[in-house]
Design a protein around this ligand. Sequence first.
Ligand SMILES: [Zn+2]
Length: 423
Amino acid sequence: MAIAYQGHILFTKQPDRFEIHENGVVIVDEGKILEVLEALPENREGLEIFNMGDRLIVPGFVDLHFHAPQFPNLGLGLDKELLPWLEDYTFPEEAKYSDMEYAESVFTRVAREIWRQGTTRVVLFSSVHKESTELLMSIFDRAGLGAYVGKVNMDRNCPDFLVENTEASIEATRAWLESTKDKYPRVKPLITPRFVPTCTSELMRALGDLAEAYDVPVQTHISENQAEVEWVKELHPESADYTSVYEDHGLLGDRTVLAHCVFNTEAEIAKMAALGVFAAHCPNANYNLASGIMPVRQFLNAGVKVGLGTDVGAGHKVSIASVMSTAIQASKIAWLNSDRTLAPLTTSEAFYLGTKGGGAYFGKVGSFEPGYEFDALVIDDHRLGVTEGRTLEERLQRFLYIGDDRDIVTRFVSGDEILEPSM
Ligand SMILES: [Zn+2]
């Protein structure tokens, strides 16, 4: 039976403007959008109707970059830069995930917080540990959320307590893909070399082969920090640039998501556009670690697919709404300080990046166009101020800047209402 949800419907088919249907109706069948109407149809036979009243119905948020094991570090050590922060905070925490009991307690809280903040799809880094990565996948499956989850690979330039033997890393990854590739409907594995400095050529090449053999996507980091970019040049003088290192090892394609992209050259940006690579913009993390500001406008102008990432724990907020507002702020500072030809992001553009832009990584996700998955949030914004005299776009804008999980009343993934994950 088809379902009709009545309310104020907002989504971004295109970045430059909101599609707005005041007191509109979204018709959903088998978890997918059939159409959005201005009012209920005359013939309502076979239609179940839910009236959300004076509330906003928007696509669920999509987070393209999140480190589940770093969740306990939220808000810690953010007065450091990337490389010391990794040494002092990230690696010691990630070592703890050989302990399954610890992993279960953290990952359950991660799923709950992601649910709470209105993220309906997320691309997750796990740790190097195969068993806790499988546990993370099962917890997200149980929660009903959509996710790609990656077992991290690293076989150089990291502490003894985390470094993998190259052969063992490849074999563990193969076994993990074998056991999880078709296990869950909404939670899938993806290949996850941490980043070039921690992965040998041999490992990266083998991971590229596994991605192809098992037909799974790839996630990693790129050009987050200037010291890191210099380091990659020293490690791989044979490749033209950082992006080419991934390409040369078979890791770059239209299902690769690269987090950060702060310092890429024009040639790299053109290559990402040509190959259909996704860029995950993580401004909260880039501010915290004093990395820099990704020139998002340049990527959009070049035709690169861009989404948003919280980058927990370098990012201190689990909410993609918070990343949307920081993305706008970051683009304004970049415009002010470095390039007046790169116009700052508008609200509809930031919203697009955090819904349809990142959603494309999951297929038809992040919009309310026909055929899209019904991933949605129902928002009651009355706590945030008077609604009389405010346009629906202003009401959504206000929620993105000053709202939080208290204002999200219902969450859907592929048409299913998702309740709070049990602890
Ligand atoms: Zn990251």
